[in-house]
Design a protein around this ligand. Structure first.
Ligand code: GLN
Length: 546
């Protein structure tokens, strides 16, 4: 079968869960035995989300190949298990910066450079490049139909429909049917307008995915079909669910996969139920019927927008799935601890996690959370910044290095955490400049790490070498290794050349692990990350003590 392309657009409002819809559809197609790839086209002008505030835009998701991408790629990976790549996310900013660089080089030989065809060509090239034998490529267009920035993308996917043929392309439009309490009705008008908007750029959607908080009456479905020129069976309800991992099941129950395959003339008679959803049924069952619960405090900074810690929250849920428990998260703003005693906030939690973060604000509060966890023997998991703070805490409290700090916060007498400007990846030497650009100058993507014999992490992973994803500028300073080890802290994970400390742990503690990488990026509901599974198990153990 030649590759088919599914374009997913959104209308009416943002935050409809288009990314989740795309990811769940990808998983559903996999459940029918197809090979899929998911991509995201982001119309904003930033070159990548690496420099965007997680407050505004949610977390920056990092791929194995070191791309800083939109958080939707995290959904794609969590639902399909297909590792995302740099070639799966593009923005207007990246497209223009490539085109302008070409123009400056004179590659256009004096021609006028225009949105059509140059920008649209670049978008089309992105959609069809770097593929092998995928059955389906799902391409999500960020933003909402009608956004000015989105126009070149809509034009490009319209052209692709023409060029590849409608038998190889399908347009799915995700809309909202708001419920108006006063009228007691779900309203179809915004959907009608949104489809009109799409039609005005030459795209007739083939399938409508209608988000609604309650069941859509037959009459309304018929009305949408009529006004939007879509078959009634292709007006698919997408109702709110109690767990996102139920979405592949509900899509199948509503016939989305069946309609899609019929559209592509790829559903042989009698194959309607040829789908293996056991993975998703099992996951939802475990989430809905936990045998216990644990409470974990996440002490961070971006606690106002939960999307800032999307992968982390999911990975903790996966850890719960592995242990058949519900993980309740208590988000704590670390700045509070700079003026207040952490005890009332942390007393009674079953584990403490300090996630990744940037900048000095709230750092001392995080260090206090580490002290609390270490002294009270509450399971502690430090991720990236959370590991750096744990090492600084040990340096101050255990090794007596009072001035221990990080050069991230300015010049420092005892740089326990500092900027490394040169390191090795495979056989290649990589460098970063002290005052370089903010974009793409971090240690990014997958790096190998060797686990020390007899360590806790070696037991947890049950292998000697692992590969995990990084996104940070600073490193734990190897020069302090001996002094820290003398206090009992073990450097249990190191880069293969022995220069970069990747994991630290305290053996005389129920569970105290700090990792320089971001394990949450690789956790899946059907394959919970070993560190999260183990951490939640430790929290469960702790819950039996308090
Ligand atoms: N700010 C720290 C650094 O750049 C940690 C980054 C992170 O937690 N992702 O090294």
């Amino acid at each position: 079968m030649s590759t088919r392309y599914i374009f997913i657009t959104g209308g009416v409002v943002s935050s409809l869960g288009k990314g989740l819809a795309s990811a769940a559809l990808g998983a559903l197609l996999q459940a029918r035995g197809y090979k899929v790839r998911l991509r995201k086209l982001d119309p904003y002008l930033n070159v990548d989300p690496g420099t965007m505030s997680p407050y505004q835009h949610g977390e920056c998701y990092v791929t194995d190949d070191g791309a800083e991408t939109d958080l939707d790629l995290g959904h794609y990976e969590r639902f399909t298990g297909v590792p995302a790549r740099q070639t799966d996310n593009v923005t207007t900013g990246r497209i223009y910066s490539d085109i302008i660089a070409k123009e400056r080089r004179g590659d256009y030989l004096g021609g006028t450079v225009q949105v059509i065809p140059h920008v649209t060509d670049a978008i089309r090239e992105f959609v069809v490049s770097d593929l092998t034998d995928e059955d389906f490529v799902l391409c999500e267009i960020g933003g909402t139909v009608g956004d000015i920035e989105g126009l070149p993308f809509l034009e490009a996917i319209r052209q692709l429909g023409n060029e590849l043929g409608r038998e190889r392309t399908c347009y799915i439009h995700v809309t909202l049917l708001p419920f108006i309490g006063a009228a007691g009705e779900l309203k179809t008008k915004p959907t009608q307008h949104s489809v009109k908007e799409l039609l005005s750029v030459g795209i007739q959607p083939d399938i409508l995915l209608c988000r609604a908080e309650r069941p859509i009456p037959e009459g309304e479905r018929r009305k949408i079909a009529l006004f939007c020129n879509v078959k009634e069976s292709r007006v698919i309800p997408a109702l709110d669910v109690d767990t996102i991992y139920d979405v592949p099941n509900t899509y199948h129950a509503e016939g989305l996969d069946i309609e899609l395959l019929r559209y592509f003339k790829a559903l042989p008679e009698g194959d309607e139920e040829k789908v293996d959803l056991s993975t998703w049924e099992d996951i939802t069952q475990r989430i809905r019927q936990p045998e216990g619960r644990v409470r974990i405090a996440v002490v961070g900074k971006y606690t106002v927008l939960l999307d800032a810690y999307k992968s982390l929250a999911e990975a903790l849920t996966h850890g719960g799935i592995a242990n058949n428990v519900k993980v309740e998260l208590q988000w704590v703003d670390s700045e509070i601890f700079e003026t207040e005693d952490p005890t009332p906030h942390l007393d009674g939690v079953h584990a403490i996690l300090v996630p990744g973060g940037f900048g000095e604000r709230g750092a001392e509060g995080k260090i206090k959370a580490v002290t609390f966890a270490r002294e009270r023997k509450v399971p502690y998991f430090g991720i990236c910044f959370g590991m750096q703070m744990a090492v600084i805490e040990a340096a101050r409290s255990l090794a007596g290095i009072d001035k221990a700090g990080s050069t991230e916060f300015g010049p420092c007498a005892e740089p326990i955490v500092g900027l490394l400007t040169e390191w090795v990846r495979g056989n290649v030497r990589e460098t970063r400049a002290e005052g370089g650009d903010m974009g793409g100058t971090m240690r990014l993507g997958a790096y190998p790490c060797m686990l020390g014999e007899g360590s806790r992490v070696r037991e947890i992973y049950d292998v000697a070498e692992i590969s995990e994803r990084h996104r940070h500028r600073y490193e734990v300073n190897i020069a302090y290794k001996e002094r820290l080890e003398a206090t009992g802290m073990v450097f249990s994970g190191m880069s293969p050349d022995g220069v970069l400390p990747e994991i630290v742990e305290l053996p005389d503690h129920p569970w105290f692990v700090g990792v320089q990488f971001h394990p949450e990026l690789k956790s899946k509901p059907f394959a919970p990350h070993p560190l999260f599974a183990s951490f939640v198990a430790a929290a469960l153990q702790q819950s039996r003590l308090v």
